[in-house]
Ligand binder design. Structure first.
Ligand code: FHN
Length: 460
């Protein structure tokens, strides 16, 4: 027992030291501070999670992309700007926000069944409305007919399901009178600095009220005012790290002295991971020797609830493939949901969650804890592998007419065994072709879903 405690303490100490070494002091241009993958357990967990849920919820759910009888097909959460609504008029929407059917236990249950391991929820989006009763503003849930804190039951329900909670927080704020998009005078600068006190107060309030959250996901960092105040951004990063040691921060927290956002002047991401892949996935596996995450909408460009989804709406197969793509390139994938104003989730999103979840229940071991396998991508799909494991996963999305899946393994490696992940009795004929290249013959096996084949590798 005593030995176990000592081992644990030594591990924690080593973890803390290696973590501290990873976060460095920025250079004179205020570049990135995390220069390689964080080795600590919090970040290791983040990496192993692989699949997350995003939730965009705010007053924009009430308007649902429509204003005074007109439909605005652009992002619902940008309606204030797109429909040119004045701040005073927009603030009135607060009296209509009354999500009587809000049931975070159901949301968390749905998320758990979909297979996500973490969630990011918009505590305050660009509109400035706060989902929790912040003591630093009246523009919060406390001033709505609903009145009750939305975040506390949310955090509890998700954590009860074992899902890590992250808070989205927008630096850009269309409501706070001290926020400035550009700084044109001393007064502007003073106002912006006052706004930053507000930001820090709110972040401290969030961490104090919901101490078990895992990190902040910042957004809205691209305006000239914040770029100019890059030192405030650096201070903000330090502030968060002091508020909660080990906290996880995305790259949208900072800018550098040359006005770069997301990545510094050297191309290094800010924060602990690169979260700038939005509605697109990276394509170059070789450059991804850092932590990253891609976030995705279900329709084209709707994060908040829009009454009318126009354009292409993604199917469960597409979502599964995006998740597999990200895992195969060593990144996380986050799928967005925009709850309705009454607190329920759109039927399409619920069905999507069910379908993706059913697939994840049987094939999730090719995703969770998996990483880039270091092999050449093939047309049939994606290789994934748990670091250090000799089991290789082939996630198959496209079956060639020949039914022969091409594989190119590293030198001096052979395939000892293979089977379908969901049925270990289903094995496939392997044919060696040239050098270390093989064909895996699917034969007569029939598939109606993407599937996973496991290959047990052996070093010669
Ligand atoms: O403007 C926002 C948008 O509404 C949404 O929140 C996305 C999510 O990554 N971020 C911003 C655009 O980059």
């Amino acid at each position: 027992m005593k030995k176990n405690v000592i081992t644990l303490l030594v591990c924690l100490f080593v973890n803390a030291i290696s973590f501290a070494q990873t976060i460095s002091v920025p250079d004179s241009l205020m570049g990135a501070t995390v220069l390689s993958k964080r080795p600590d357990s919090a970040m290791q967990k983040w990496r192993e999670n692989r699949f997350g849920q995003f939730i965009h919820w705010g007053l924009y759910a009430v308007t649902g992309g429509q204003w005074k009888g007109k439909n605005y097909p652009t992002s619902a959460e940008w309606l204030k700007v797109d429909a040119g609504i004045s701040s005073a008029e927009y603030a009135e929407i607060i009296h209509q926000f009354n999500p009587q059917k809000y049931n975070p236990v159901e949301w968390a249950h749905m998320a758990k069944n979909m297979g996500v391991k973490y969630v990011i929820v918009t505590t305050k989006h660009h509109e400035g409305f706060c989902l929790w009763p912040s003591k630093f503003t009246d523009f919060s849930i406390a001033s709505t007919p609903y009145k009750k804190d939305l975040l506390m039951p949310f955090v509890k329900a998700y954590q009860k399901e074992g899902i890590d909670v992250y808070f989205y927080y927008s630096i850009l704020d269309w409501h706070n009178p001290d926020y400035r998009s550009v700084i044109q005078s001393k007064d502007d600068q003073e106002a912006f600095e006052r706004y930053f006190v507000y930001v820090k107060n709110q972040l401290k309030e969030l961490i104090t009220t919901y101490p078990n959250i895992k990190g902040f996901w910042f957004d809205g960092q691209w305006e000239a005012s914040y770029k100019r105040n890059y030192k405030l951004g650096y201070e903000l990063e330090q502030y968060c790290r002091t508020l909660k040691p080990g906290i996880i921060l995305n790259n949208r927290i900072r800018t550098d002295a040359l006005g770069h956002v997301d990545h510094d002047y050297n191309g290094r991401h800010f924060g602990d991971f690169d979260g700038s892949f939005e509605r697109r996935l990276p394509s170059n596996v070789k450059t991804l020797n850092f932590d990253w995450e891609a976030c995705m909408t279900v329709p084209e460009n709707q994060w908040g609830y829009h009454k009318i989804w126009e354009g292409h709406v993604k199917t469960p197969f597409e979502i599964q493939e995006m998740l597999a793509t990200c895992t195969s390139m060593g990144g996380n994938f986050v799928l967005n949901f925009g709850p309705q104003p009454d607190g329920t989730i759109r039927a399409y999103e619920q069905d999507l969650a069910k379908d993706v979840g059913a697939w994840m229940r049987t094939n999730g071991s090719a995703i969770y804890g998996c990483d880039n396998a270091g092999l050449e991508k093939q047309d049939w799909g994606y290789f994934t592998q748990k670091p250090g494991d000799n089991k290789l996963y082939m996630i198959v999305f496209n079956i060639p007419i020949s039914k022969a899946l091409k594989l190119k393994l590293p030198e001096k490696t052979t395939i000892a065994d293979n089977s379908l992940l969901t049925d270990s009795r289903q094995m496939f004929r392997i044919e060696k072709t040239y050098g270390n290249e093989y064909y895996l013959h699917l034969g007569d096996a029939k598939f109606t879903q993407p599937f996973v084949i496991t290959l047990q590798l052996k070093k010669d």
